[in-house]
Design a protein around this ligand. Structure first.
Ligand code: ADP
Ligand code: MG
Length: 309
């Protein structure tokens, strides 16, 4: 492209809050044939809310009502207290939803005395009540806690598109919590428009398969184009495997987790409200957090190239 055409394209993008990192990026965007969306914070608002707290497992026998938790039975309030005290150490949106939800329900949330983030799986913490795990079945299995008594409850929540988390205390499964996120208003239309233009649209997430497919269904992404349960350090490899057949992928994401995948993609796109790390790794930043701006970016790129001819 001529410097003049590039300047015009860059300026048009900027009026829509679409920031291209240089003229070569502006030219590359039109060659994208596959758009890979991160789920949380990209297709969804990323504002999670605690929706469910259910006592499951051996300790559920004789479960007491919320106000009357005691040593024999475990109440929902106790389940929430244990989980939220562990999650207070984490800054993950899931953790913030658990803490806020517990506090809204009048639960006393104390600080953990020790805390560890387990990437893509959850948290492990020491609290006043003991050693607490909150997260995926894999997180519990890593510590030899059997997650299967919660399978039915967990799967039911996940098929509703919620993210379910298991809670264990000192080696015992206590129960399951769920948080829900809302799909962005423009997400479904954005996916339909991209597909209408012949782009393959995919979903890439660390979240579990069932939840990912439920959200994919809500926005119109085919089940075979869902890549779920991808650990943070596997996201870049997944993008590379998507591109291994010669596909030119645009990866759209918001999180620290997404930065290596943004760098691996033919074009990396960061959502403007996302983390600095993602924005730094990206070729394009969408300031308005609107999935529809992905197609707008492609349109600007195509328009710029038409002008040169
Ligand atoms: P995403 O790709 O959607 O941003 P992450 O890689 O951050 O997801 O997390 C993957 C999964 O690990 C989550 O869906 C959740 O099940 C679990 N997880 C991560 N962090 C936490 C946490 N702080 N508490 C409970 N579960 C968590
Ligand atoms: Mg994310």
């Amino acid at each position: 492209a001529t410097p003049a055409a590039t300047m015009v394209g860059t300026a048009i993008g900027a009026t829509h809050g679409i920031l291209f990192k240089g003229g070569d990026v502006l030219e590359r965007v039109r060659d994208v044939d596959t758009v890979v969306f991160d789920k949380t914070g990209t297709l969804t608002e990323g504002e999670m809310e605690l929706t469910d707290a259910q006592v499951v497992g051996a300790r559920a026998d004789g479960a007491a009502p919320v106000e009357e938790s005691d040593a024999e039975g475990v109440s929902e309030a106790f389940l929430l207290e244990v989980a939220a005290s562990a999650e207070r150490g984490s800054e993950h949106p899931i953790a913030q939803a658990v803490v806020a939800g517990a506090e809204e329900r009048g639960v006393d949330v104390s600080e953990p005395t020790a805390f560890m983030n387990v990437a893509g799986k959850g948290v492990r913490a020491r609290t006043d009540h003991g050693t607490v795990l909150v997260g995926t079945p894999a997180l519990l299995r890593d510590d030899d806690v059997d997650p299967t008594p919660a399978d039915e409850a967990r799967e039911e929540l996940e098929s509703q598109g919620k993210t379910a988390m298991l809670v264990a205390l000192d080696g015992d499964l206590l129960g399951v919590l769920a948080v829900a996120d809302t799909v962005k208003e423009s997400a479904q239309q954005a996916v339909a428009d991209l597909r209408g233009r012949g782009k393959t649209v995919m979903l890439l997430t660390g979240d579990n398969e069932r939840t990912a497919r439920a959200v994919a269904g809500q926005v119109g992404i085919d089940p075979e184009n869902v890549r779920a349960e991808v650990l943070p350090d596997e996201k870049a490899d997944t993008v590379e495997s998507i591109q291994s057949d010669g596909s030119r992928a645009m990866m759209v994401g918001d999180g620290v987790n997404d930065a290596p995948a943004l760098a691996a993609a033919f074009v990396g796109v960061a959502i403007g409200s996302g983390t600095d790390v993602a924005i730094e790794a990206a070729d394009v930043t969408l300031m308005r957090d609107d999935p529809a701006d992905v197609l707008r970016a492609i349109n600007v790129s195509e328009g710029t190239l038409r002008k040169i001819k």
